[in-house]
Design a protein around this ligand. Structure first.
Ligand SMILES: [Zn+2]
Length: 275
């Protein structure tokens, strides 16, 4: 494992770089003569920063991009990487088309210092999509994309590179950060997170935000995500009040959502209001 100018090599020519804004991880897979980037950050300025930082790793073009999901901080830099192909789960496209403009306005209002750079973003969803599984290729290397079920959104994917032990998990797990539930499926997420933990095996998991880690971390986060679903079920069963459930909640409050948001989203899903 090496560190080169801010890039950490977690597997053979598989790198991650951690950006202070949102404590976010961006992945890079180097092939022969071309490279792949995982997630594109929130704006053109931030995406260009990735390209600048990449110069210390490779002079090869980025021909493939993978969006782990369609949230602004993972996909609003997409256009800067064109003409690269951009891969995502098939529902990522509609999600970005439906929510992109409203999300731009919301983030700009909440974070005025980003308003200018968000303003120029044109929503540019993936043009290459798949349902459950895809093997793609970059410079002679295979890269596997998997949809493991609903969780943080209805279209999160994980990225693995055969021959290495690295798994990029997007926001299905967060390390040192709090999972964001507002577009989530709290009742499905526990099983999906458990599959992520199983898939990582003895390897390294790179969360969307925070330190990379091992299976134990992924398994413990999967258990916490299951606790959220259980707390919501107990509220519906009349065993707990919502306030008691919030107090027993395994995650501290997410900076971008109310402390009650995860449980409310779970209650909505139990009541059939989240589809
Ligand atoms: Zn996200």
């Amino acid at each position: 494992m090496g560190v080169a100018d801010g890039w950490v090599e977690l597997g053979d020519r598989v790198f991650v770089r951690r950006y202070a804004l949102y404590d976010q991880n961006i992945g890079v897979i180097l092939g022969t003569g071309e490279a792949l980037v995982i997630d594109t950050r929130s704006s053109y300025r931030q995406a260009r920063e990735i390209l600048t930082d990449l110069r210390s790793l490779t002079g090869d073009p980025i021909t493939v991009v993978v969006d782990t999901h369609g949230h602004f901080d993972h996909a609003f830099g997409n256009a800067i990487f064109r003409p690269a192909s951009i891969w995502g789960q098939e529902r990522c496209v509609g999600f970005m088309e439906r929510t992109g403009e409203a999300r731009k306005a919301k983030i700009a209002a909440e974070t005025p210092e980003l308003a200018g750079e968000l303003d120029e973003v044109v929503i540019d969803p993936p043009d290459r999509t798949f349902g459950e599984f895809a093997t793609i290729e970059v410079g002679g290397r295979a890269v596997e994309l998997r949809y493991l079920g609903r969780g943080h959104t209805d279209h999160d994917i994980v990225v693995t590179v055969p021959g290495t032990a690295v798994l990029f998990a997007g926001d299905l797990v967060e390390n040192g950060n709090v999972p964001f539930y507002s577009d989530g499926f709290p009742l499905d997420w526990p099983a999906t997170a458990a599959k992520v933990a199983e898939l990582v095996g003895d390897g390294v998991i790179v969360p969307g935000h925070g330190d990379h880690a091992g299976r134990d971390f992924a398994a413990s986060q999967a258990m916490s995500i299951a606790q959220v679903a259980d707390l919501a079920r107990r509220v519906v069963a009349g065993e707990l009040t919502l306030d008691d459930a919030v107090a027993a909640h395994p995650f501290p409050e997410h900076p971008a959502e109310d402390a009650r948001a995860p449980l409310k989203r779970a209650l909505d899903q139990i009541r059939g209001e989240v589809r």
